[in-house]
Design a protein around this ligand. Structure first.
Ligand code: F0G
Length: 449
């Protein structure tokens, strides 16, 4: 550690004594060598072997749905994350930082079910864009930032394709902790950058892609006392598990056959596998759904790894219109592999055109999402066509971010016809003179849309 910088960089303030006792009761375990650590430690990889870490949640005792709400601290009562208290790490109540995250809707729309190719009533869409900063990241962030606060972190940091940075900036602001975020220059949407700036994080635009930014940040956090909140942080993933908990609760604890989600850095894939195993262990679901991870064809190292029978992993140079998942070297690959193996899951790819078409259809149903989210529906449609998912099987797809996260993508689709030819359903505004006769034509057009 360079002492000249050390004196100017804030270090850890250290946890208060009561916090240390509560944190020490939390066990963190390496998924590779099984070495155990205390929740009072700030770790994003195993100090012994470099493996990824899991928070250990005791699951020996069976739980009823009613028991899930037992012990929820008052500070988390309105949160769609903290209300699953018995299956989360027991952080000190005075450290909880919540913005009423979670509590997101589970939608049905017959047009989307038919688009996917499933029998009527067999598709639901869990819309995580309905979170406080408009993406699923808030679920992980409430836990990650609460842990940061509990251990007395003086600064929190992440690398991001835009949603993690927006979420971290908001939760750090809520906690009163400074935040540093690294984003790939010119490669995140304007809306996400605007959120991150407005919530007050120090934004660094790195020359390079997300993978370069994350590698750089990990060098920084290895050398300095900076709390890393990317999804290699085991506490963040604990919050993301609640997407599954809430989804199952909304389905009266009946597991669907498939859960379909977009894959980028593979944090959600990792969290979902852990959530399902835990729910099954405590008896809240009686079977495991299969996870299907969908990657953009230009950013699909995990799909290639899966296709090789998990024999060969090779990072790629990522390229896709879905900037949120433009990631070539996912940090959680080994953990995500475990999720696919444990759930007999699947991984596939979709083209940018398939993503944009699915997005336009989701938007047109009055649901809306950002491009990366639509990869899930596009992927499900592909899997039904390929015969991997049966027409009479049930599926829940995950919509990860709100339509307003990427308005440039909307404009490109509807106005610019990027990629040539008019897009199906393109909806270009028209200009008219301020005269009733001109409006009459518009009225006739509108009636036939
Ligand atoms: N969908 C959206 C909207 C995302 O922002 C992300 C990831 C993903 C899907 C993929 O999730 O990484 O868990 O596989 N966004 C990160 C970020 C990388 O920095 O905001 P994953």
């Amino acid at each position: 550690m360079t002492s000249a910088v050390e004196t100017t960089l804030p270090g850890s303030a250290g946890a208060g004594t009561s916090n240390v006792d509560e944190l020490a009761r939390i066990v963190v375990r390496c998924m590779a060598c099984e070495e155990r650590f205390s929740g009072a430690d700030v770790l994003t990889s195993c100090p012994a072997c470099g493996g990824l870490l899991d928070v250990v949640i005791p699951t020996r005792r069976k739980l009823t749905p009613g028991e899930l709400g037992v012990g929820v601290p008052a500070a988390g009562r309105h949160s769609g994350v903290w209300r699953y208290w018995p299956l989360l790490p027991g952080l000190p109540e005075d450290a909880l930082v919540s913005r009423w995250e979670g509590n997101t809707p589970l939608f049905r729309d017959i047009r989307l079910t038919r688009y996917a190719g499933l029998a009527d009533g067999h598709l639901e869409l869990k819309h995580e864009g309905h979170n406080p900063t408009a993406s699923f990241k808030d679920r992980g962030m409430t836990v990650g930032v609460s842990h940061a606060k509990a251990v007395g972190a003086r600064i929190v940091a992440c690398a991001s394709t835009g949603n993690t940075s927006a979420s971290l900036a908001a939760y750090a602001a809520a906690a009163g902790i400074p935040a540093l975020v690294l984003v790939p220059e010119g490669k995140i949407s304007a809306g996400k950058l605007a959120q991150t700036i407005a919530y007050g994080a120090r934004v660094v635009q790195v020359e390079g892609d997300f993978d370069v930014a994350l590698a750089l940040l990990r060098e920084l956090t290895a050398a300095y006392d900076v709390y890393l909140v990317n999804s290699v942080n085991p506490f963040r993933l604990e919050g993301q598990k609640t997407i599954i908990f809430e989804m199952m609760e909304q389905r009266d604890w009946q597991a669907p056959d498939w859960i379909v989600l977009p894959g980028g850095n593979l944090g959600n894939t990792s969290a979902f596998g852990k959530a399902l195993i835990e729910l099954h262990a405590v008896g809240l679901i009686d079977r495991l759904p299969r996870l299907a991870v969908i990657q953009a064809a230009g950013a699909a190292p995990f799909a290639a790894y899966h296709a090789s029978g998990f024999e060969e992993f090779a990072p790629v140079e990522a390229e896709t219109v879905a900037t949120a998942i433009k990631i070539g070297n996912p940090a959680s690959t080994t953990r995500a592999r475990r999720s696919i193996e444990l759930t007999n899951g699947w991984v596939t790819t979709v083209s940018d055109d398939e993503i944009l078409e699915a997005k336009a259809i989701i938007d047109r149903c009055g649901i809306g999402c950002e491009p990366a989210s639509a990869a899930s529906l596009a992927g499900l449609r592909r899997l039904v066509r390929d015969g991997i998912v049966g027409v009479h099987e049930s599926a829940v797809t995950l919509l990860t971010g709100h339509i307003l996260k990427d308005t440039d993508a909307v404009a490109a689709y509807h106005f610019d016809n990027v990629g040539g030819g008019p897009r199906s359903g393109a909806n270009r505004p028209i200009r008219v003179a301020a005269e009733l006769s001109a409006l009459e034509q518009a009225l006739a057009d509108a009636l036939h849309r």
